[in-house]
Design a protein around this ligand. Structure first.
Ligand code: SF4
Length: 276
């Protein structure tokens, strides 16, 4: 795995290893790159498998983790898995932020004692505009959940996915996230990427291998070049364009495929879309 450590040290690949815990979601956002929905096949990776892979990942040279989906918090074991992973290395957990009942808030409160950042999607200061893309009541649930997490000492990041041609709402949105207790340093803005369901709606920027920074991503379907690669076509069949290997265990298999794919590129070949 020395080659991986070298590529990380040179900044040619990400130091973060991503896990897709599952593909189903309580929402069905119109631009969802994984075409997730309540009816999407679940394709759960499983807590034990993730912990096993996280151990191997630290040995291989990865220095932080990401967990995404689908909606990871639909898995009942997710809060405990997140703290277990974060004991190995810092973690960012992506969520739509709509499932935070009082009980779940209490279960994630221990995140405050671990290097965990909870990244919640919020696309507009205007509830109607936000909910048009993400579903009814999304805005209300998110703006209620964020201060509750912040009050428990949990670090929250707000992720805004925008039409790249219209950022006019951003100043109001920044005022909103600051008022919820999230500073500018924890606000991420990225364009809609034309993969998954976004393709069906004609949204977003084209994003293929040259545009996407390489960050190894593990799913129940296999290992991918980037978390933006683990998508589907027409909401049904797996998009294999950025698939590295079907085998994700032992970890050296996907790592070897990842290193070979990156090493085959000319050096200095930086991704031309700045999305992470
Ligand atoms: S964008 Fe996120 S919240 Fe929306 S359907 Fe996809 S996985 Fe769910």
């Amino acid at each position: 795995m020395t080659a991986l450590r070298e590529l990380i040290a040179e900044g040619r690949v990400g130091r973060r290893l991503w896990f897709y815990t599952n593909y189903h979601c309580n929402l069905a956002c119109s631009y969802c790159l994984t075409s997730s929905s309540p009816r999407a096949p679940r394709r759960v990776l499983g807590a034990e498998r993730i912990e096993r892979l996280a151990d191997e990942a630290v040995e291989a040279g990865f220095t932080c983790f990401g967990i995404t989906g689908g909606e990871p918090l639909l898995n009942p074991w997710l809060p405990e898995l997140a703290t277990a992973v974060a004991r190995r290395a810092p973690l960012v957990l992506l969520t739509n932020g709509t499932l935070f009942t009082r009980r779940l808030l209490d279960r994630v409160a221990p995140f405050a004692d671990h290097p965990i950042e909870v990244q919640i999607s919020l696309d507009s200061a205007d509830p109607a505009e936000n909910d048009a893309m993400r579903g009814p009541e999304n805005h209300r649930k998110v703006v209620e959940a964020i201060p509750q997490l912040v009050a428990r000492g949990v670090t929250v990041r707000v992720a805004t996915t925008l039409d790249p041609d219209d950022a006019s709402d951003l100043p109001r949105l920044c005022e909103l996230h600051r008022s919820l207790g999230v500073d500018d340093h924890h606000h991420i803005v990225r364009p809609i990427v034309s993969r998954g369901r976004a393709v069906e709606h004609g949204y977003g920027l084209a994003a293929h291998q040259p545009e996407l920074f390489p960050e190894l991503t593990l799913t129940a379907d296999g290992a991918f070049w980037s978390p933006f690669g683990a998508t589907s076509r027409d909401g049904k069949s797996l998009d294999t364009e950025l698939l590295l290997t079907r085998q994700i265990e032992p970890l050296h298999r996907p790592v070897d495929a990842f290193v070979a794919a990156v090493s085959g590129l000319p050096s200095g070949n930086d991704a031309n879309l700045g999305i992470r």
